[in-house]
Structures are given as structure tokens and as C-alpha cells.
Design a protein around this ligand. Structure first.
Ligand code: ADP
Ligand code: MG
Length: 740
């Protein structure tokens, strides 16, 4: 007997018509457990049958770049040709004519997938073969004609047909495309009428959104492209809105509810530092220093992001803010993602502070016990003014005396939690909120920073120091090594120095290391026996590495062979050439970072990318447009990777601009990979897409921030449902704050 469940969105899917226990289990594999989950299982694409062509009309179509749709019956299915040219040919006919559908891949599947007499809806691009029209590997949907032509049946033959992502479990439980569409159709018609819209009328109006019921109906079964788009827009908006609401609340919590330090920004130390600099600060540096100083002066806690391309001079800006804090008798913690970077910051800062009587300490993971105990004591007693370190800074046993300023470098490599940990340490020591400055050398488009760093104020250094000549980037193939070696000699004859970088990819660390070491030996013995060659890699003891770096800095080494440990921080103006071996194996941001290691003095610098012959000839044939849609269409993974590598190299050759580079990198890798979704605190979105939704993000942000301003506790009656949904969906991401 069927249970009489209350019509509720929390109804388990098992009790839906057409779903039994077996199918319910398959659904649960996709985290679909309730009616609500099913309603929010949106199509990833649509099969466009808004305009169905008659087969006889196809030959009139002159624009072959557009997809066509036809509906017809299978007349015959045959295998023709001999391997490797074997193919499956399905002849499809309607009452006006016939057309062959051609399949080269999965021939055996297509041979049996359909039967003569099946009604198929087909879409794809027309091609000519021996002056006859055909469709090669079209998309196919079987149309169910076993039932009456009821309205439900039309979901397969009219308008836009939803395509849902499928999986093995679905197939095993006989949840086919057609079956799922039918289930969806039932669920949508039965349950959408009881969905309550959580957005108040005024937000819907302001943003010209569809009501939620409409949107849910039309996202699954749009009749037109316009309907589809406006439905998706509304549902994307919802996701952005809730996300921005979280950011707004978090920000309000930090800014308004917590008191912070009001620093006196007339700092003697900062003044002394600026006066002793061998260069003038750029306009952009001065601008961001002012922004930071204003924040520090204000009793509201600072939460600021400092963005700037490699070499734009962020370190000095951070240092000035540190000195302000120290002058106010507060400690500063400066956290960097790797030991090498922490060491580099330590060295740079010590140099800048030469002559100022400050106690700057370096805290790393594997330090000797006696040294560490000493350090911990100085941190606890407050005699350490500035502590630079890695994650080691957030270890439990570390206690600060009065940590007033927290600086985090390369923010995107840390999680929101780690930022919070360090802030907690500060709070424990000073009992109020510290000021926080996070820095990143990965500039990102504004709409993006509104999401990833949406709870922060943003400062941008958008200018490089004046005397810089842009680095010239060149591409050499692996077979052009003679040319490369001559070039290297030219540079060294001018008294300048060269880096040669080898990739170090975790899985093959040993092999990569071997490549670097072997090349080093070869350079030393065979190619440049008259020059001085150095080698550094991550497996070397820190002291040894330091010695080599020091020798390179003092120009006692002409060529430094290195694995990517050199990526960050290194700053040697006399090194004017960066050679990157196996450039195709590096990520784009990484390549840009490496390039940023040269071009730091006033001489012309070069970045030489060395890549395999196939890639070089592709680039030289101008065969690699930055066409992401095109790249995404490859079935073959290898081909896709090759295309992506080519695009990365092309991007390096065509731009020196960190913003452009990171935008391309983001597109290539997708936001999840780019930011490390879990790390950055970005949720996994269902329908929202950070790369596509630019303007919508801004709108949702405006509405969310305004809402928090007018009703910070979400207590008004018209916001009751927002509050409910927010707590349900965002609770786990919201442990840093409480909604009152
Ligand atoms: P990044 O933003 O990549 O961290 P750094 O802070 O390492 O850049 O600065 C890069 C180099 O430029 C350093 O050698 C630094 O001393 C120098 N520098 C910083 N500001 C200026 C400036 N205004 N004029 C000239 N050189 C500068
Ligand atoms: Mg830096």
C-alpha cells in the first residue's frame, strides 16, 4: 500500500511516482535524496528543438557552423568499410527525406543502441561527404512513442530538452534520459506549486528576477531560450545572494561588532625606513600605504587585501605597516606559505631594517629545539617585535604577548581557517581584534575578488617601479639548444647572470631532480666548463641552499640551475635571463611568477621558454588561438592537455600583465582548481559560475549588503525565509560568525 505522505519538499524521492527503492538508491549516489534535491538537480545543457528542420530542407542551409535539429525514424543500421575506416551508419528519415548519421567511435554501441523504427531527435553540425549531406556523431535523444502523445510526452519533442548529468548507477537502475525527464516533469508539476519564494518582493523587483516557482519550472522545461536564460539567471542569483550574504555578515561582524586597535600612524620607524630607501616609492605604493594607514588609524579592525603583480613592491608596503605597529608597541606576525618564502622575507626585511634596532625573528617547522624554545619565550614575553614564519606560527604552543598586526602572504595558498587561527592568537593576546593585511601576487578580476575575497577591502598596486623594462619573452624548441647556449653566453659576457629552471612535479620528483642534476653536471663539464655554475633544489639542506644563493647574489656564480624552489621571493637584479626548461609542464601563474624573478634591474631582461618541437611549431603556425570553448570540446584528454599547454605558452608570449595572465589561467583551470575551492572558502556552486556571472555577482552583492545594513539580524518578517534558508544551507560555512 502506498503511504500517504504530506506533500513536502523533504519527501524522500523513493515515494515519487516512477521511483522505487532501487532507483532511489541510484539517486542517492548523486546526493539526491529528497524532492527538494531533485528540483535542484538542474540540466547541464539543453537539446535545442525549438526549430526542427525537415530533412529535405537541410540542403538549403548555407551556414554549416550552426547546429541543426531533426526528428525522424530509424530506417536502417549498418556497419560499413574495413578497419580502420569502419563505421556505423544509421539512416534516419522523416516524411520529406533521409540522411545518414555516421559514427566512427564506439561503433558497437551504436550498432545496438537503437532499433529500426525508433523515433530519434538528433542535433549536430552538417557536413558534406562526396557532396552528400551527413551528420557525424550527432547528439541523439530517443523519443518515446510508446505512450499517447500526452503533454508529458512532448517534453521530448518540443522546445528545449533538458540534459541531466548521468552516471553508471543511473544506468544500472534504468534511469535513462527519457525516464529522468519524465520523473522531473512529474516532480516539477506536483511540487513546484508548494515552493515558497524566500526572496522578498522588493529584491525580486530590483533585480528583475523571475519568481522562484517560475524559475524552477523553466529551468527544467523551458519553451524558449529566453525562458531558459531568465530561469537560470534567477537561480544563479539565489546562489550568489546567499554567498554574498555570508560575506556581508562576516564583514559586519568584524567591522561593527568587534572593537579593534586605533594605531597612531605617525611612526618614527616608518619615516626612517622611507628616508633610507635607495628608491622613491611609486604612486601606487603611496596610495595603498595611505589606505592601509587609514585602516590602522581607525578603531575598526583592518581586513584588507593587497594585490599587486610580481615585482610591484608589496614587501616594502607591508614593512611600513609593520613598523607602524611596532612603534605602537604591538607585535607583528608575518605568515608565508613556504619556508623558502619565509626565509626570503626574513632576509629582505633584515636588510631594509639594517640600522633600526628591532628584534625580527624567523619561525619555521623543523628548527632545533633549543632555538625554538628561545624563540617561543621571546614571542611570549614580547621581546620579539616581528615574527616571520610559516604555518609554524599557528601551532598550539605559540603564545604572543600583544599581537596587533597579522600579515599573510600569498593568501590564496592559505585557507580561511588558517587566517582565522592566526587572528585568534592575536585576539587571545590583546583581547580585541587585530588588524589583518593579506597579500597576493595573483591579481584577479574585480568580480572574482568580490567573491573570493569578498569580505575584505581591496588595495591594488597597479604600477611597476619606473625604471623597469618589460621582460622580453622568447620561445625556443628543444632542438635549438645551440642557439640557446650562445644566447646565454652573450648575457654572461655582459656581466649578467642566468637562471635555468627545471620543473619539479610532485609525482615524479625524483626523476625531475635527476634531470636538473644531470644538466648541471653537463653544463659544468661540457657546455660551459669555463663558467661558474650553481645548483639548488628543495632536497638540499637549507644552509647549503643559502650558501649557493649568497654566491649567486654576489655574482660568484654565472648560471644557477634550479628546480622551482626558486619560484618565489628571490630578488637579484643582476640576473637578467630566466630559462625555463619543459615550459609546457608549468602552470601559467607559475610561469609568470618565474618570469617575475628577472627584469628587476634597469637592464633588458629575457625569459626563454623551452618547449617540445610539436608545441613550438604549433605556436609558430599560429595554430593555437586562445579558444577555450574549442579546447573544451576535445574528447581526447591528451589532445586537450596539449592544447592547454599551447595556450599557456601563447599567453606568456603575448602578455606581461599579471591580470591578463591570471584571467587566462583561471579559465584554463577552472575556479575550483585555481583557488583550491575548499581552501579559499568558496562553496561548490550548483548553477552559479564565477567565470560567467560577473554582473550578476555585483547585483547579488549589492542586494545582500544592503539587506545586512538594514536588517543585520535578519529579523524582519519579510526576511524570515532568507534567514531560514541561509542557516540551512550556509551553516557549515559560517562558523566564523554567528547570526545574532
Ligand atoms: P613583490 O610585489 O613581488 O613582492 P617586492 O616587494 O619583492 O615585489 O619588490 C621587488 C623589487 O623591487 C625589490 O627589489 C624591491 O626592493 C624593489 N622595489 C620596491 N619598490 C620599489 C620602487 N618604488 N622603486 C624601485 N624599486 C622598488
Ligand atoms: Mg613578494
Amino acid at each position: 500500500m502506498k503511504k500517504n505522505f504530506i506533500k513536502d519538499l523533504q519527501t524522500p524521492v523513493q515515494f515519487i511516482k516512477g521511483i522505487g527503492p532501487k532507483r532511489a538508491e541510484a539517486f542517492s549516489k548523486k546526493s539526491i535524496n529528497t524532492v527538494y534535491d531533485l528540483l535542484y538537480y538542474f540540466p547541464f545543457d539543453y537539446f535545442d528543438l525549438t526549430e526542427v528542420s525537415k530533412i529535405s530542407d537541410l540542403k538549403k542551409i548555407s551556414d554549416l557552423s550552426k547546429d541543426v535539429s531533426i526528428i525522424g525514424k530509424v530506417r536502417s543500421i549498418d556497419l560499413t568499410g574495413r578497419p580502420p575506416r569502419r563505421q556505423c551508419v544509421i539512416i534516419l528519415g522523416d516524411d520529406s527525406g533521409v540522411i545518414p548519421l555516421i559514427f566512427f567511435q564506439n561503433i558497437n554501441y551504436f550498432k545496438t543502441a537503437y532499433k529500426v523504427g525508433d523515433m530519434l531527435a538528433v542535433s549536430g553540425r552538417l557536413t558534406y561527404f562526396m557532396s552528400k549531406l551527413q551528420l557525424v556523431h550527432p547528439r541523439i535523444d530517443r523519443i518515446d512513442i510508446s505512450e499517447d502523445v500526452s503533454e508529458a510526452n512532448l517534453i521530448n519533442t518540443k522546445g528545449l530538452i533538458p540534459k541531466y548529468s548521468m552516471c553508471e548507477e543511473f544506468r544500472n537502475a534504468r534511469i535513462t534520459d527519457t525516464a529522468l525527464r519524465k520523473i522531473m516533469y512529474n516532480v516539477v508539476s506536483e511540487y513546484v506549486p508548494i515552493v515558497e519564494d524566500f526572496l522578498p518582493e522588493y529584491i525580486i523587483k530590483e533585480n528583475s528576477l523571475l519568481p522562484l516557482q517560475d524559475a524552477l519550472r523553466k529551468v527544467h522545461f523551458p519553451k524558449t531560450v529566453v525562458e531558459k536564460n531568465s530561469a537560470r539567471l534567477r537561480l544563479k542569483f539565489d546562489e550568489w545572494f546567499l554567498f554574498q550574504l555570508m560575506l556581508a555578515l562576516r564583514r559586519r561582524f568584524m567591522k561593527v561588532q568587534l572593537p579593534g586597535i586605533s594605531f597612531n600612524i605617525k611612526s618614527r620607524l616608518a619615516r626612517q625606513l622611507v628616508d633610507s630607501l635607495p628608491f622613491k616609492l611609486t604612486k601606487a605604493q603611496i596610495k595603498v600605504i595611505k589606505e592601509i594607514a587609514e585602516d590602522m588609524k581607525s578603531p575598526k579592525p583592518m581586513n584588507r587585501l593587497l594585490q599587486g603583480d610580481v615585482g610591484s613592491g608589496k614587501t616594502i608596503v607591508a614593512l611600513i605597516s609593520m613598523l607602524i605597529a611596532v612603534d605602537n608597541n604591538y607585535q607583528v606576525a608575518f605568515m608565508a606559505p613556504t619556508e623558502i618564502l619565509a626565509e626570503q622575507h626574513y632576509r629582505t626585511i633584515m636588510q631594509f631594517l639594517n640600522g633600526l634596532n628591532l628584534n625580527v625573528r624567523l619561525l619555521l617547522g623543523g628548527q632545533k629545539k633549543s632555538l625554538k624554545e628561545n624563540l617561543l619565550e621571546e614571542i611570549k614575553s614580547g621581546t620579539a617585535n616581528i615574527v616571520i614564519g610559516t604555518h609554524a606560527l599557528i601551532q598550539e604552543k605559540i603564545e604572543f604577548a600583544n599581537l596587533g598586526l597579522v600579515i599573510i602572504d600569498e593568501q590564496h595558498r592559505f585557507g580561511v581557517e588558517q587566517r582565522a587561527e592566526l587572528m585568534k592568537k592575536a585576539k587571545e593576546s590583546i583581547k580585541i581584534q587585530p588588524d589583518v593585511l593579506v597579500m597576493t601576487a595573483t591579481p584577479i578580476p574585480r568580480t572574482l575578488s568580490l567573491t573570493v575575497y569578498g569580505d575584505l577591502d581591496v588595495s591594488v598596486i597597479d604600477e611597476l617601479p619606473k625604471d623597469r623594462k618589460p621582460v622580453r619573452t622568447l620561445l625556443y624548441s628543444e632542438s635549438e639548444s645551440d642557439k640557446l647556449y650562445n644566447f646565454i653566453r652573450e648575457i654572461i659576457q655582459k656581466g649578467q647572470q642566468v637562471y635555468i629552471i627545471y620543473p619539479l612535479i610532485e609525482e615524479s620528483e625524483k626523476m625531475d631532480l635527476k634531470a636538473a642534476v644531470e644538466s648541471y653536471e653537463r653544463f659544468k663539464k661540457e657546455i660551459f666548463p669555463d663558467l661558474s655554475i650553481g645548483l639548488i633544489h628543495g632536497r638540499m639542506p637549507a644552509e647549503e641552499r643559502d650558501q649557493v644563493m649568497k654566491a649567486f647574489k654576489e655574482n660568484k656564480i654565472n648560471i644557477l640551475v634550479s628546480t622551482t624552489v626558486i619560484e618565489v621571493g628571490i630578488d637579484i637584479p643582476n640576473a637578467t635571463m630566466m630559462v625555463i626548461e619543459h615550459a609546457e609542464r608549468f602552470g601559467l601563474s607559475q610561469l609568470h611568477q618565474l618570469r617575475g624573478r628577472v627584469g628587476r634591474g634597469s637592464e633588458q631582461s629575457y625569459c626563454v621558454l623551452v618547449a617540445p618541437n610539436w608545441l613550438v611549431s604549433k605556436v609558430r603556425r599560429k595554430n593555437s588561438r586562445l579558444d577555450f570553448a574549442y579546447a573544451r570540446n576535445f574528447n581526447n584528454n591528451n589532445e586537450l592537455e596539449e592544447q592547454k599547454a599551447t595556450i599557456r605558452i601563447q599567453a606568456m608570449l603575448s602578455s606581461n600583465d599579471g591580470f591578463k595572465i591570471s584571467e587566462i589561467d583561471l579559465k584554463l583551470r577552472g575556479p575550483g582548481d585555481f583557488f583550491g575551492t575548499r581552501q579559499s572558502g568558496m562553496p561548490e556552486f550548483n548553477i552559479a559560475n564565477v567565470l560567467e556571472d560577473g554582473n550578476l555577482i555585483t547585483l547579488a552583492r549589492k542586494s545582500a549588503f544592503k539587506l545586512v545594513e538594514t536588517d543585520p539580524q535578519l529579523r524582519k518578517d519579510e526576511h524570515r525565509l532568507i534567514r531560514k534558508i541561509f542557516l540551512e544551507r550556509m551553516k557549515d560555512k559560517f562558523d566564523l560568525i554567528q547570526v545574532g
